[in-house]
Design a protein around this ligand. Structure first.
Ligand code: PRX
Length: 641
C-alpha cells in the first residue's frame, strides 16, 4: 500500500477498510516508518479509563524517522528554510544532513548539561531554526519537551515549569516580532523566581538584548555547542524509545482551572502526523511547504516540525508576522521561496483581506498549488478571498479541523482528491470515526443533523493523558459521552454527509485561533485588588473570529474608569499574557445569576452580541432587574461590538 491516497474512490475504499479493520489499516500505515523493533500489539484501549496504547512493544526514535532515514536519498535537500523577521536579513537553509548534524550536536549539549531520558525541558524560543533543533535534540535523547509560546507571561511559564518539574529551560536573549523585541530571557528570569526545579538555562543569541547571566545556572547556547565540538565525534546515537514513551507535553486551555498539559507519545504521534501531512497536503517531493503557525502551538509541532520532516518535506519557517514590514509580507515570502503549499489561519486571512488587495499587486503567487486553513471556523467571505486571490481559483483549500489533544488533523479534505466547500471541513480522514450526539447522549445517525462532535474510536495521534492528573483527562474528554472522546465542538453533518464545525460548546473562546479559557481569564482579572467579580464571554469579531468581552464588578470605578481598565488589562498581561487581554471591558454593578448563584453567561453572551430580542426567560433569575442595567450599560460599548 502506498501512503498517499490518490483518488476519491481510493479514499472511500480506504476509509471503509479503516473502519472495518482499524488495526490492520494502521499497521499498514506504520509499516511506512522506521522501527528499531516492531510492535507486538497495534492497539489496546479503554476510553472509560482513558487508557490508550498504540504499537505497544514497538521501539523507535522519532528523530531517526525525521532525519537519519532521509540522509541517503535526501541528505542535500532543504529540510528547513528559515525566513527572518527582517526581510533585509539573510534567510537560512538547513539541509537534512545539516539539520541532523545540528540536532546531534545539541543533543550532546543536553547530555553535557545532565539531561537524560525522561527529563522535562521547557523551551521558550522565538521562531528560529534552533527551536526545531532543540525539540528534535530532546526527542533524540528521550527528554520530554514542553514548548511555551512567546506570547505567554512569566507566570504562565512558571506554571508550566512547575507542573512538569522541568530541569532545564532553553531560551534566547530575545525575539523579534515585527517592530518589537520580546525580552525572552528577562521573562524567563522572572518565571524562575517562582520555580525551584530548574538547574540550567541555555540561552541562544538572537537579538543581543542585554541579559543577566546567572553564574552556575545560565550558559550560552553557542558556548555549549563549541564545548561539544571540541569533544570529538559530533554524533549522538538516538535513544531507543517505547512507542508509548512520552514525546512532549503541550499546555492548552479548557473551561475550568489552569491549562492542562496535553501528553503525546512517540509512536502513534509520529505515524499520525506523518500520515495526515502526506495525505491532506498531498505533498510531492520537490514542493516547498509553508505553515505560518507558531511552533508554540500544536500546529507548529505537528505540521512545521514532526509531520513534514518525517515525510522528507521542505518546511518553511517564518520568524515574523504577516504585517511587517507591510501587509504583503506573506506574499513576499511566497514569491521569494516559490512556496507551493500555504497553510495558515482564518484570522490571518481576514486581517490581510482587510488591508486591501493592493498588497497583492505585483506579487507572483503562481507557485501556490494548495492552500490550507486551521484553528477556527473559516467564514465564506474569507474562504472565497483565499481561493480567488491567493489560489487563483486553482488551488484546493483544505479546511483542517483538529485540536491540541488530537495530535493531528481529523476532519479535512485531501487536497485535490476529495471535494471541498466553503466553511466545511468536509470528511473524516481514514481511521477517524466521528459521531454527532444529541443532548440526551444519543448518537444522531444519518445526514442533515447537528450535535456535539465526538470521536468513537481511537486514532494513533490522540492524547494519552493530561500531565500529572490522569483523572482530569478522563473527566474532561471521556466522561460526557461514555465510550467516546468528546471534542467540545459543535458540528453539523449536511445532506451529503459533509461536516461543518460550528465552534466550541464549552466556555472556551477562540480568539485569533488562540484558545482562551474563560475561567482562567476570570481568575486572572479577579486577582486585581479592586475587582469584586467578573464574567467573560465571547462575541463575534470581524478579524479575530471571536473577541473577548469582560463584565466586571469593581470598586473605585467612578474614580478613573479608564485607568482602572488599563490596570486590569496589565494584570491579565502579567498573569497570562497579552493574547488574553479583553477587547471590551464593561463595568457593571451586578451580574445576572441563577437562584443557586451561578452567573448566567447565556444572557451576558446575548447582550455582548447585541441580540436583545432573544434573551429567554429571565424571571427565574435571582436578580432579574440586573439585566436591564447591564443592557443599558452595554449601549456605551455597542459601537465597538
Ligand atoms: O473549536 C475548534 C477550533 O480550534 C479548537 C482547537 O484549538 P487548539 O487546540 O488550539 O488547536 C488549534 C489548531 C489545531 C477546536 O476545538 N478549530 C480548529 N480547527 C478548526 C476549528 N474550528 C473550525 N474549523 C477548523 N478547521
Amino acid at each position: 500500500m502506498s501512503l498517499q491516497i490518490k483518488s476519491f474512490e481510493e479514499y472511500q475504499e480506504i476509509y471503509k477498510k479503516s473502519v472495518e479493520d482499524p488495526e490492520g489499516f494502521w499497521a499498514g500505515v506504520a509499516d511506512h516508518f522506521f522501527w528499531k523493533k516492531k510492535w507486538q500489539n497495534v492497539l489496546s484501549w479503554d476510553f472509560e479509563k482513558a487508557d490508550i496504547k498504540w504499537f505497544e512493544g514497538g521501539k523507535l526514535n522519532i528523530t531517526e524517522n525525521c532525519l537519519d532515514r532521509h540522509i541517503y536519498s535526501l541528505g542535500d535537500k532543504p529540510a528547513i528554510i528559515w525566513e527572518p523577521n527582517d526581510p533585509e536579513e539573510a534567510h537560512r537553509v538547513l539541509t537534512y544532513k545539516q539539520l541532523l548534524n545540528k540536532v546531534e550536536q545539541f543533543a550532546n549539549v543536553l547530555k553535557n548539561n545532565d539531561i537524560k531520558k525522561g527529563d522535562r525541558v521547557c523551551i521558550y524560543l522565538p521562531m528560529v531554526p534552533e527551536l526545531a533543533i532543540a525539540m528534535l535534540a530532546c526527542a533524540r535523547i528521550g527528554a520530554i519537551h514542553t514548548v511555551v509560546f512567546g506570547g505567554f507571561s512569566a507566570r504562565s511559564i512558571a506554571d508550566r515549569i512547575n507542573d512538569t518539574d522541568s530541569k532545564l529551560v532553553i531560551t534566547a536573549d530575545g525575539g523579534f516580532r515585527g517592530t518589537k523585541t520580546i525580552e525572552l530571557k528577562n521573562i524567563v528570569d522572572d518565571a524562575l523566581e517562582q520555580t525551584s526545579s530548574v538547574e540550567k538555562v541555555i540561552v541562544l543569541t538572537r537579538t543581543r538584548t542585554p541579559v543577566s547571566m546567572i553564574k552556575g545556572r545560565d550558559v550560552w547556547w553557542e558556548d555549549e555547542v563549541r564545548k561539544v565540538e571540541t569533544m570529538g565525534s559530533p554524533a549522538c546515537p538516538a535513544e531507543e524509545m517505547d512507542a508509548e514513551d512520552m514525546l512532549f507535553v503541550l499546555y492548552t486551555s479548557g473551561s475550568t482551572g489552569k491549562p492542562k498539559g496535553v501528553v503525546h507519545t512517540t509512536g502513534g504521534y509520529m505515524v499520525y502526523t506523518g500520515y495526515t501531512f502526506s495525505n491532506v497536503f498531498q505533498y510531492q517531493p520537490d514542493e516547498i511547504y509553508f505553515c505560518t503557525a507558531d511552533i508554540g502551538w500544536i500546529t507548529g509541532h505537528s505540521y512545521i516540525v514532526y509531520g513534514p520532516l518525517s515525510q522528507g518535506a521542505t518546511s518553511l519557517m517564518f520568524e515574523g508576522i504577516p504585517t511587517y514590514p507591510d501587509a504583503g509580507r506573506f506574499w513576499d515570502v511566497v514569491e521569494k521561496h516559490k512556496v507551493n503549499i500555504l497553510y495558515t489561519a482564518p484570522t490571518a486571512i481576514r486581517s490581510l483581506m482587510a488591508f486591501g488587495d493592493e498588497y497583492l499587486e505585483d506579487k507572483d503567487l503562481s507557485s501556490i498549488n494548495k492552500l490550507g486553513s486551521v484553528g477556527e471556523p473559516i467564514n465564506e467571505e474569507a474562504w472565497n478571498w483565499f481561493n480567488e486571490k491567493i489560489g487563483k481559483s486553482e488551488a484546493p483549500i483544505v479546511d483542517t479541523w483538529w485540536q491540541t489533544e488530537n495530535g493531528g488533523i481529523l476532519i479535512s479534505p485531501l487536497a485535490g482528491i476529495t471535494p471541498t466547500k466553503p466553511s466545511y471541513a468536509m470528511l473524516p480522514l481514514p481511521g477517524v470515526q466521528p459521531a454527532l450526539m444529541d443532548e440526551n447522549g444519543n448518537e444522531l445517525e444519518g445526514n442533515d443533523v447537528s450535535g456535539n462532535l465526538c470521536i468513537k474510536f481511537p486514532w494513533p495521534g490522540m492524547l494519552r493523558t493530561t500531565y500529572g492528573d490522569h483523572q482530569r483527562c478522563i473527566d474532561t474528554y471521556f466522561s460526557a459521552y461514555p465510550g467516546k472522546y468528546f471534542s467540545e465542538d459543535g458540528c453539523l453533518r449536511d445532506k451529503e454527509g459533509h461536516y461543518r464545525i460550528t465552534g466550541r460548546v464549552d466556555d472556551v473562546l477562540n480568539v485569533s485561533g488562540h484558545r482562551i479559557g474563560t475561567a482562567e481569564l476570570e481568575d486572572a482579572i479577579n486577582m486585581h485588588a479592586d475587582v469584586v467579580e467578573s464574567a467573560i464571554v465571547g462575541y463575534p469579531h470581524k478579524i479575530k473570529g471571536q473577541g473577548i468581552y469582560a463584565y466586571i464588578i469593581a470598586d473605585n470605578v467612578e474614580r478613573n474608569e479608564d485607568e482602572l481598565k488599563q490596570n486590569i488589562l496589565a494584570t491579565v498581561t502579567r498573569l497570562i499574557g497579552p493574547i488574553a487581554k479583553p477587547d471590551i471591558v464593561q463595568f457593571v454593578e451586578d451580574l445576572p445569576k441563577t437562584r443557586s448563584g451561578k452567573i448566567m453567561r447565556r444572557i451576558l453572551r446575548k447582550i455582548a452580541e447585541n441580540e436583545l430580542d432573544n434573551l429567554g426567560d429571565i424571571t427565574t433569575l435571582l436578580n432579574p432587574d440586573v439585566v436591564e442595567n447591564v443592557i443599558e450599560g452595554a449601549k456605551k460599548y455597542r459601537e465597538k461590538v
